[in-house]
Design a protein around this ligand. Sequence first.
Ligand code: TXA
Ligand code: MG
Length: 317
Amino acid sequence: MDAIAHAAAHLRAGGLVAMPTETVYGLAALVRDAGAVERVFAAKGRPSTNPLIVHASSLEMARGCCATWTAEADALARAFWPGPVTLVLPKADWVPDVVTAGGRTVAVRVPRHPVALALIEAVGEPLVAPSANKSGYVSPTTVEHVRGVWSEAQVFVLDGGACEVGLESTVVAVGHDGLRVLRPGVIGPEEIERVAGRPVQEGGEGAGVAASPGLIGAHYQPQARVVLVERPEDGRAYLGESKAVFIGPPGGGVDAGAPHVAIAMAGDAAEYARNLYDALRQADAMEPSVIVVCVPEGVGPTWDAVRERLGRAAASR
Ligand code: TXA
Ligand code: MG
């Protein structure tokens, strides 16, 4: 039996599968198996108030998870799927409450990774897939990251290589009263506005709109303290630390000799995003007293999403 058939059988039997997507690896279970979904929450240590994203292999399958499907949702889905955009719509009755944390809406997306699509096709029904990290930690973007967290007995791991995007999907609430980006991603508000033909609100914690619980407070956090600096040379202020790891532009700012370490990051937005979580994990594995990240200044949705994740990685816990 090939790996995908094996993973599909494991899911049908109530098991959990680490599934590569184009954004980050997900921890998958059958949407309709409430017991398996509960095991996903338990394995991650995820608060039961934080809903999961449903992954489908086609627009029709995604639509089947929603009670209503607007022309606007259809336009967004056709423009961005398969790809790193998640749409939040009223939930279909059959979707177990545990998936949506008791809420009336469901988040759905069609991922672009061929292994994810093949797995969902093989199972023939949608899968929940939160990022395959322990709750609050940095999302995994390589199979090595995944294997570092889960044992083979706990989770069947599908190897899909390094994730192409490296940051989680843009989450967009599609309401009668408008569109709101609940979580920024590489697809930005302007692109969404262009497809929808009306303005998009930003910010998950806005008044009057159901917030995205996973966006509140600290998130994406390494074990080590993370501090952000504006200019590479500002990192020098941390050379007095017992062991600092600097993440920043190549050759920039800090000439880190032992016990300090420097991890160079590319200047290109897509490449930076693809490597960010690996850099944070590498830094954390060195058990430093502090991880100092020079926040890139670039303009555009990918840089905005990078800065949002870094802000949460550095938030006080
Ligand atoms: O790129 C991604 O979206 C990855 C890959 C695996 O697909 N998945 C992912 O899932 O990032 P997770 O569980 O780590 O993040 C899901 C985000 C959380 O911020 C959660 O609060 C929000 O989506 N969310 C899920 N359902 C929601 C809903 N019904 N209403 C508002 N926000 C929702
Ligand atoms: Mg996550």
